[in-house]
Ligand binder design. Structure first.
Ligand code: NDP
Ligand code: HSE
Length: 440
């Protein structure tokens, strides 16, 4: 029997308590499966009083992170406190002291990945980040190991549990946006600042990590075109449903012969497509490789236990490497981080898509003709128009679907339309993906 592997955990919140629960309550299962004794030796949180529904070994809890960092017997440092600082400093400090690191912190990796993976290479330790993308879905392992023999051309999907939960509750039950968000927060899906979830930032963090890994380039957060779901209303959800679509916050990364496309935005996808069927806090990753073809990974993308499951998977992987004195390469980024070049980005302006517009306008004669004129002048062809008296008395909604149009022309048209006196609110834009083109 090899030596005991000791683990220190920083952040005893939603994911931290799920992780601790698995490490403590499933230690026999982990020992049977891995052949290793993995011991949760220390837990650090600012709050050592609040009960977490777990029976902890005596003396394990501390509010001083240095107790973990300075303990030479702790082999693996789990960072689940979230945020950029001081998480970054603690992670770097742990690596400097020779500890391997496991983190679920996608914001940290998306913003400081170069520094963190660089430090791991310098200090000869590994960084496990399975939980940072897709909650309990082993998507990092799939891309890094299971699909290693492929050139990946497309990685797309639903990558934020909170946003998908909100959209699903709005679609299926007509629940109000704010109520759905509060429920997602209560269930432990949302980030400390839920703006990250609903503005698409968390999804962009995940796409930054996943696209870097999938395409072997260093994607920066600023490379990802990002739009969230905050401007959508029940009206848009109803219109989409009437038209046979579901609105999803979709993340799309594609490597084409013209370059790399990276975008996150609300998207109308056919209700009948697999991605249209993903509900609640579930995530789905649709990956296309040149050898494997299409792969779909589906599971809970957020929450205490699913995310804890992913953290524990990394801990066991690392423990195995430590016990066998294997090279750290298998559990780090997979590709030496410093060797990553930059992606050849396709500008968002050159995207060609079909569009859904919802104009909020004063119900006056000639309004529709004015809007149609601007679109026509820019060569944007209208597929269908619906005017519904579903708005307030002062303004009505006109919904338009377009044929394929170039994003740059759409932006120009909307700038002109939104400046019209009769337009009472900024136009809601949703890109429509029938998905065959992306799958090709
Ligand atoms: P929580 O806010 O529930 O937990 C974080 C915990 O860390 C809190 O108890 C917090 O205390 C504590 N903490 C914060 N700063 C310090 C500090 N300086 N020293 C000690 N303790 C500290 O967050 P989550 O568990 O939801 O998220 C943790 C990480 O996991 C984040 O990076 C998040 O993005 C990621 N993640 C979350 C998922 C989820 O479903 N929730 C899924 C996948 C990833 P206090 O509350 O007092 O600030
Ligand atoms: N807030 C994130 C989500 C947690 O809702 O998907 C999982 O990364």
């Amino acid at each position: 029997m090899s030596r005991e592997i000791k683990v220190g955990l920083l952040g005893f919140g939603t994911v931290g308590s799920g992780t601790a629960e698995i490490l403590l309550e499933q230690s026999e299962l982990l020992k049977r499966r891995s052949g290793l004794q993995i011991r949760l030796a220390r837990i650090c949180d600012k709050d050592t009083e609040t009960p977490r529904g777990l029976e902890l070994p005596p003396g394990i809890l501390t509010d001083d992170v240095n107790v973990l960092l300075d303990d030479p017997e702790i082999d693996i440092f789990i960072e689940l406190m979230g945020g950029l600082e001081p998480a970054r400093t603690f992670v770097l400090e742990a690596m400097k002291k020779g500890k391997h690191v496991v983190t679920a912190n996608k914001a940290l990796l998306a913003m400081h990945g170069r520094e963190i993976f660089g430090a791991a290479e310098e200090y000869g330790v590994s960084v496990g980040f399975e939980a940072s993308v897709g909650g309990g879905i082993p998507v990092i392992k799939a891309v890094k190991e299971g699909l290693i023999g492929n050139h990946l051309t497309t990685v797309m999907g639903i990558m934020n549990g909170t946003a998908n939960y909100i959209l699903t509750r709005m679609t299926d039950e007509g629940l109000d946006y704010e109520d759905a968000l509060q429920e997602a927060q209560r269930l432990g899906y949302a980030e400390a600042d839920p703006t990250y979830d609903v503005e698409g930032i968390d999804t962009a963090h995940k796409l930054t990590i996943l696209a870097s890994l999938s395409f072997g380039v260093k994607v920066e957060l600023s490379d990802v075109f990002t739009e969230g779901i905050t401007r959508l209303s029940l009206l848009d959800i109803d219109f989409a449903r009437d038209l046979g679509y579901r609105i999803k916050l979709l993340a799309i990364a594609r490597n084409t012969k013209h370059g790399t496309e990276l975008r996150v935005h609300p998207t109308m996808v056919p209700e009948s497509h697999l991605l249209g069927q993903i509900g609640g806090a579930y995530n789905a990753f649709y990956i296309i490789g040149d050898s494997v073809g299409k792969v779909l990974l589906y599971g809970l993308g957020a929450g205490k236990m699913p995310t804890g499951s992913a953290v524990v998977a990394d801990v066991v992987d690392m423990a195995r490497n430590i016990a066998s004195s294997a090279s750290v390469q298998t559990s780090s980024f997979g590709i030496p981080f410093k060797s990553l070049g930059s992606p050849d980005l396709i500008p968002m302006d050159s995207l060609v898509s079909r569009y859904y517009f919802r104009f909020s306008v004063l119900d006056r004669p000639g309004v529709l003709a004015g809007i149609a004129g601007i679109l026509g002048d820019l060569g944007i062809s209208i597929e269908s128009v619906v005017q519904e008296g579903r708005g307030s008395e002062a303004s009505v909604s006109i919904v338009m679907l377009t044929h394929e149009a170039e994003e740059v022309r759409v932006s120009r048209a909307l700038k002109k339309i939104d400046a019209l006196d009769v337009v009472s609110d900024r136009t809601v834009v949703i890109r429509i993906e029938d998905l065959q083109a992306l799958e090709g």
